[in-house]
Write a protein that binds this ligand. Structure first.
Ligand code: ADQ
Length: 467
């Protein structure tokens, strides 16, 4: 197998403090790349004036060579905050109401993808396997092909692929769909996402389906298949086992003073269903008042994308809502919700998961959701906690033994919280065993190997001669 070249919008270059990146793509890919070695190209996170883009910044850390490019302020505004986060993200999470189309942003998105192709081109060697990640970079393979690249190129979408009626509302849906057909392998989180994609292709008459995962466009064939992403199951479980020795753990236990911990860990994002979750928690406390003063919800939510107005507004809304519930139900010595806006290091997070009797993973839509998997891996097998999981997270397709809920159904979710907290230990163990077996079978290395094996085995693309 040739060298692995990974391209993603952001690259989690390790900082001196070893702070973990709060994002699923970064967490998963870093584990996979560290094990295998390779080159990782992406945006440095810095922006500059139109003429100030310098050469790539390169550095090596362990097995990974990083190559980082700056973008111009205009690029960041149009491609990143604009089309990627104000159109593709809401559309793929079924929020048509939040999509803001602008010709300038769409043009910027395709322009920056061309720019990424030009930065990558001089680094590509003949046998490299190129693996492109996520919705920011959908047209990258088509740009590379246009510039003569014949390597095998794969794409993995970390977020959901929506149903055709949603996807086809996007003015540039045809260009995006067509550009995806330049890949050799397209990976999705679930069968459902792949089928939505296949339905979009069929609706547009863009390709022929040759088999469950094989499609053709003209003379080219490509694979579109689910590869559910996983975590480093054993390593995360070991991290959680060791966490009991830390000061944070002791402080936390002390501050709980015998109350049961319920945990939520999510980037601040409307797809994560935070306001519905807090509503459900409040309803749980009022419908099941025995739990008042007995439980504390710790909601850890680092801010993200604060430049996008919806995120700014949501930050205020969630903080106000948590404050209101605390004001209405709290007592002088009991705060129902602890709302924390910071990133934690992974050992601290693992320890908190292990301490929690219940995890609330209730996104309205999620590609996979790694928090659900981390929570399970962190549990103590003798006395495991319960995972309350949205049926609209990709993880629900695999984690059948979780307590599945519809996060739009506030009362149903509230009652499921009460049931979960009262669940006998035998049932908790039984469910956890099933969940943990799935996580062991499908960890992040299985995900990575599965994708790359298919990519390496893909037939070389036949580029049609320009007529
Ligand atoms: P995200 O939307 O970022 O990922 P998720 O899969 O839950 O969502 O991953 C979040 C990651 O960030 C987890 O590893 C979590 O531990 C970490 N994290 C979150 N809050 C943190 C905090 N306060 N401190 C430290 N770490 C924190 C996208 C998709 C998902 C998909 C992943 C991977 O939206 O659906 O599962 O990519 O493909």
């Amino acid at each position: 197998m040739g060298r692995l070249v990974v391209v993603s919008n952001r690259v989690p270059v390790p900082d001196k403090k070893g702070t973990a990146p709060a994002g699923g793509l970064a967490v998963a890919l870093q584990s996979a790349l560290e094990a295998r070695g390779g080159l990782w190209l992406g945006w440095s996170g810095q922006s500059c004036g139109e003429d100030a883009i310098g050469p790539l910044k390169t550095l090596k850390d362990g097995n990974i060579d990083y190559a980082l490019t700056d973008l111009t302020e205009k690029d960041v505004e149009e491609y990143y905050h604009g089309f990627a986060n104000r159109v593709l993200w809401p559309i793929c999470h079924y929020r048509l109401d939040l999509a803001e189309y602008g010709r300038r942003e769409m043009a910027g998105y395709f322009r920056v993808n061309r720019f990424f192709a030009s930065r990558l081109l001089p680094l590509i060697e003949e046998d490299d396997l190129i693996w492109i990640h996520d919705y920011h970079l959908i047209p990258l393979a088509a740009e590379l092909r246009r510039q003569g690249v014949k390597n095998r190129i794969g794409f993995f979408l970390h977020i959901p692929w929506p149903a055709p009626d949603v996807f086809l509302t996007m003015p540039v849906h045809e260009e995006l769909l067509t550009s995806l057909t330049a890949y050799d392998v397209i990976g999705f989180q679930t069968v459902h996402d792949r089928e939505n994609f296949a339905d979009c292709l069929a609706r547009q008459g863009l390709s022929r389906r040759l088999g469950e995962s094989r499609f053709s466009v003209g003379e080219r064939t490509f694979t579109a298949k689910p590869y559910p992403i996983g975590i480093e199951t054993e390593a995360f479980a070991a991290l959680a086992r060791r966490a009991g020795e830390t000061t944070l753990h002791r402080r936390m236990l002390q501050s709980l003073d015998g109350k049961s911990l319920i945990i939520g860990v999510d980037r601040l994002d409307y797809s994560k269903g935070l306001t519905q979750r807090i509503d459900a928690f409040e309803t749980f406390l009022t419908r099941h008042p025995d739990n008042q003063r007995q439980v504390t919800l710790l909601q850890i939510t680092p801010k993200s994308r604060s430049e996008v107005p919806e995120y700014e507004a949501m930050q205020r809304a969630v903080a106000e809502q948590a404050g209101r519930v605390n004001g209405a139900l709290g007592t002088v010595d009991w705060v129902p919700i602890r709302y924390v806006n910071r990133s934690l290091r992974r050992p601290a997070l693992a320890g908190l998961y292990r301490m929690a009797k219940l995890a609330l993973v209730t996104p309205l839509r999620d590609g996979m959701n790694l928090v659900a998997k981390e929570y399970i891996a962190a549990q103590n097998e003798e006395d495991p906690g319960v995972l309350l999981l949205s049926r609209f997270a990709g993880a629900a397709a695999e984690l059948k033994e979780a307590v599945l809920v519809n996060p739009y159904d506030v009362e149903g979710t509230a009652d499921a919280m009460a049931r979960s907290l009262a669940m006998p230990v035998e049932e908790r163990r039984e469910r956890w065993k099933g969940l943990m077996a799935t996580l062991r079978k499908n960890d992040v290395f299985v995900w990575c190997d599965g994708f790359l094996t298919d990519l390496a085995g893909a037939t070389l693309p036949r580029i049609r001669a320009a007529s």
